[in-house]
Design a protein around this ligand. Structure first.
Ligand code: TRP
Length: 469
């Protein structure tokens, strides 16, 4: 890890560099693959009726998310700073003004909000590691798994303890810094996770309502699609890819100059999609075979998966390993959620990484109690979209991330000079470049705006107006 690794040495990163191209792919994949794929994707797909939601989600992932991931990486590498400072600098350089730093700032805030509830769910995953070892899933039935989950979520002390454990681990890893901390954590996890999902898939195919699960996931019922469904699908696409808040930008800042951005971004997006689809294919056959409600919400995987593990040979071993791996996946995502804020704090106030991550970690941990209480003490306290956790989730995924993404596409597509872009992307005037440019200038921003308008009902109103004039 040395400054000469910055390739042409234009700017060097303050926090070091990834030691290889693979390390970067693994780190961004580690950020992308997490609870969003294994916990959130199945439950959001379930709540939104399956098929049509999944197809819109895939469209958003490849049509909007992938070009934004390329853009974000490119901005990070060109800025070589934390997202706030990178955007301020690039805004000035490209003649747009330093106010573009708002992308970085809103990302820092979104990271706080997301991690505060993410850590609570990740805490449950850790709790399930212990439960799995102790054998409580053995011969489980639909009623017992429901009780088991209910008593964990309903007990704020137990939930809070695991949330605390998860935040401590996250802070320790982030404090250790880019190379030692982040890289090591991802190298084994993703392949291992895919392997165990395949084992689970075999079990679902053999014992679950596999065909019904597949139908549910891929047979679109367009009558169930509303503006809210489309917004949820787009929000999920942003969430699962970690784009729109500067995470990928922060990681891009540590990317050596000669690495191909389109190739790495495509690899990450494919890996992420694979894990999400596999998770859905594992969960829904079990859900339908056991009469679990696909709309069960955040508890869905905590009810469905123990049923598989409890009734398969070697279930204690596989169950423990699985929840351990999901915990790891959550950890590699959590560290990426802290990275923009930590890098910013270190650069802005000259703090050490250890100090910055501790302070930020404590703030996020405290904020997390609102999500801890959302399942027990404050479960009846609902406003706007539901509990505190529901609102944190909704506001970040469905509003802040798409807005951040919109600004990123506008900056890369319309503000940045073509010279800077081609210099950084380094793919010449190829078809690939032209597709990226078209998606970034037109498709992605228009899609985000239309989805917003559609969700608040203005699109119908505008179209109706256009039809009558
Ligand atoms: N993508 C991660 C997941 O699917 C969560 C995550 C990490 C994230 N960094 C992010 C979500 C940045 C939004 C923005 O679990």
């Amino acid at each position: 890890m040395s400054d000469t690794e910055a390739g042409n040495g234009r700017r060097s990163s303050l926090h070091g560099f990834w030691s290889s191209k693979l390390a970067f792919i693994l780190a961004v994949t580690g950020s992308a693959v997490g609870l969003g794929n294994i916990w959130k994707f199945p439950y959001i797909a379930g709540e939104n009726g399956g098929g049509a939601f999944v197809l819109i989600y895939l469209l958003c992932v490849f049509g909007v998310g992938l070009p934004i991931m390329m853009s974000e990486t490119m901005l990070g590498r060109r800025g070589r700073r934390n997202p706030v400072a990178s955007m301020a600098l690039l805004g000035e350089e490209e003649g747009g003004g330093s106010w573009w730093a708002v992308i970085g700032l809103s990302g820092v805030i979104a990271g706080f909000l997301i991690l505060s509830f993410y850590s609570v769910i990740a805490g449950w995953v850790l709790a399930y590691v212990v439960k799995s070892i102790s054998g409580v899933f053995v011969a489980a039935d639909a009623a017992s798994v429901k009780t088991l989950f209910g008593s964990l979520a309903g007990d704020w002390r137990e939930t809070a303890i695991w949330h605390t454990v998860f935040m401590i681990i996250t802070v320790v890893v982030v404090a250790r810094g880019v190379e030692r901390g982040l890289e090591q954590a991802v190298t084994l996890m993703v392949p291992a996770l895919v392997a165990i999902l395949l084992i689970l898939l075999g079990f679902s195919a053999a014992t679950g309502e596999f065909e019904m699960g597949v139908r549910f996931m891929f047979e679109p019922d367009w009558s169930k699609v509303s503006g809210a469904t489309v917004l949820a699908a787009m929000g999920q696409a942003f969430f699962t890819l970690s784009v729109g808040m500067g995470c990928v930008m922060a990681y891009g800042a540590y990317l050596p100059q000669e690495t191909s951005i389109p190739a790495t971004a495509t690899a990450v997006v494919c890996a992420d999609t694979l894990v999400a689809i596999l998770s859905g294919l594992v969960i829904f056959p079990i859900v339908f075979a056991n009469g679990i409600d696909p709309m069960a919400g955040p508890g869905l995987i905590f009810e469905a998966l123990p049923l598989s593990f409890g009734n398969m040979p070697g279930g204690v071993f596989f169950g423990t390993l699985f929840f351990l791996l999901v915990g790891f996946a959550a950890l590699t995502s959590a560290i990426s959620l802290m990275e923009p804020a930590v890098a910013w704090w270190v650069e802005r106030f000259g703090a050490t990484r250890a100090r910055a991550s501790t302070v930020i970690g404590v703030i996020i941990w405290a904020l997390g109690f609102l999500s801890v209480f959302s399942f027990n003490l404050l479960s009846d306290f609902k406003f706007l979209n539901g509990t505190f956790m529901d609102n944190f989730d909704y506001v970040t995924s469905n509003i802040m991330l798409p807005l951040g993404g919109l600004l990123i596409t506008i900056f890369c597509g319309w503000v940045m000079s073509e010279n800077s872009v081609t210099d950084e992307l380094n793919i010449g005037q190829s078809t690939l470049y032209r597709s990226w440019r078209f998606l970034t200038r037109f498709v992605a921003p228009v899609a985000v705006v239309l989805v917003f308008l559609n969700a608040v009902g203005w699109l119908d109103w505008l179209l109706a107006g256009a039809a009558t004039t």
